[in-house]
Write a protein that binds this ligand. Structure first.
Ligand code: KG4
Ligand code: ZN
Length: 322
């Protein structure tokens, strides 16, 4: 059964087609990052309006790339939350319209479960149980994944998400928005030992990144424009090192607690090259499917319950799930 996935929880308008046995036939992502860059972050109202313009052409492109028509689609999966409610409602309404028009079932998908479900796509799906780090712009969670339908949260960030820490650090370094990939690139030219940034000591498996961001702020504030220019790569490398250390430490500690043999990392920050190198034993989402996409939504829709028409027409979006 062919599944159409739709994702509009933040600033990516995405659609994808996945087969019932988990093969990815197409994945189209229209990023709005450029549109929001001038504001230094996502502006919810602007995001919703852009999703409205993009959602139909993106769905059409995903079907075309997969070489299927709507008549071949067996169910529609869509992100219901968490995310920006106005943005989510655009994807949810589009999904309802497509499903209702063709009498198809609809699968409301949780965005966090969808990130994890990236790992269930062919050709090499990861079989639970495993210990998983989900690090994105909105969330940073340490999870015990028991089966394909759910997970237990073992730890989470007490303040900023890891991706948010990257983005705020990038802003302080004058690297623009979103900044994770820019820090990653610049860090390769820098000395990660040049600055010692603190990693917060938080009990259990929780994390905290707000102190790190403040430490960078204080360091940058005392530098002249030319000093900052000279040290930007070192600062990026040292800052990234502190985030990566914290994430790796928590994932390994969680693995000891769960006893699961397999480790995995998903979410936008899973694209980070230092994190990937620091965890050679872990499975990472493919680079193209780390940041938000609809392939992961269609993948999750294989394992979540489908609602028959017309019950789903009343479905609402939710901003947070934890
Ligand atoms: O999963 P995602 O697309 O959105 C949320 O669900 O939040 O994650 C986006 C986040 C951004 O904060 C971005 O800076 C970060 O992922 N990111 C990276 C890299 N690529 C994207 N962070 C570190 N290194 C990267 N290479
Ligand atoms: Zn995400």
């Amino acid at each position: 059964m062919t599944i159409l996935g739709i994702e509009t929880s933040c600033d990516e308008t995405a659609a994808a087609v996945v087969t019932g046995d988990g093969r990815l036939l197409s994945s189209v992502v229209a990023s709005q990052a450029d549109l929001h860059a001038r504001y230094g972050g996502v502006v919810p109202e602007v995001a919703s309006r852009r999703h409205l313009e993009l959602v139909a052409p993106v769905i059409r492109a995903a079907l075309e790339d997969a070489d299927v028509s709507l008549a071949d689609v067996g169910k529609v999966g869509v992100t219901q939350g968490p995310g920006l409610v106005g943005a989510l409602l655009v994807g949810l309404s589009a999904a309802k319209a497509v499903a209702w028009a063709r009498g198809l079932p609809l699968v409301p998908v949780d965005h966090l479960r969808a990130h994890v479900a990236t790992l269930y796509l062919e050709p090499d799906p990861l079989e639970p149980p495993f210990t998983c780090l989900l690090a994105s712009g909105g969330h940073t969670l340490v999870l015990s994944v028991r089966d394909r339908t759910g997970f237990d949260v073992l730890g989470s960030t007490l303040d900023d998400a890891a991706g948010e820490a990257f983005d705020k650090g990038a802003r302080l370094l004058g690297l623009g928005y979103p900044g994770g990939a820019a820090i990653d690139r610049l860090a390769r030219a820098g000395d990660a030992e040049a600055h010692r940034f603190p990693v917060a000591r938080v009990p259990g498996l929780d994390l905290s990144f707000s102190g790190l961001k403040t430490a960078l702020l204080y360091t940058v504030r005392d530098l002249s424009e030319t000093e900052l220019e000279d040290r930007r790569a070192d600062l990026a490398a040292s800052y990234q090192r502190a985030i990566v250390h914290a994430l790796v430490g928590r994932l390994r500690a969680a693995a000891e607690q769960t006893g699961h043999d397999a480790l995995a990392v998903v979410g936008g920050v899973a694209a980070n090259s230092e994190l990937r190198e620091a965890l050679p034993e872990a499975r990472f989402a493919p680079p193209a499917l780390c940041t938000d996409n609809a392939a992961m939504v269609a993948s999750a829709a294989r394992f979540a319950s489908a609602l028959p028409p017309p019950g789903y027409l009343a479905l609402d979006a939710y901003a947070s799930s934890l």
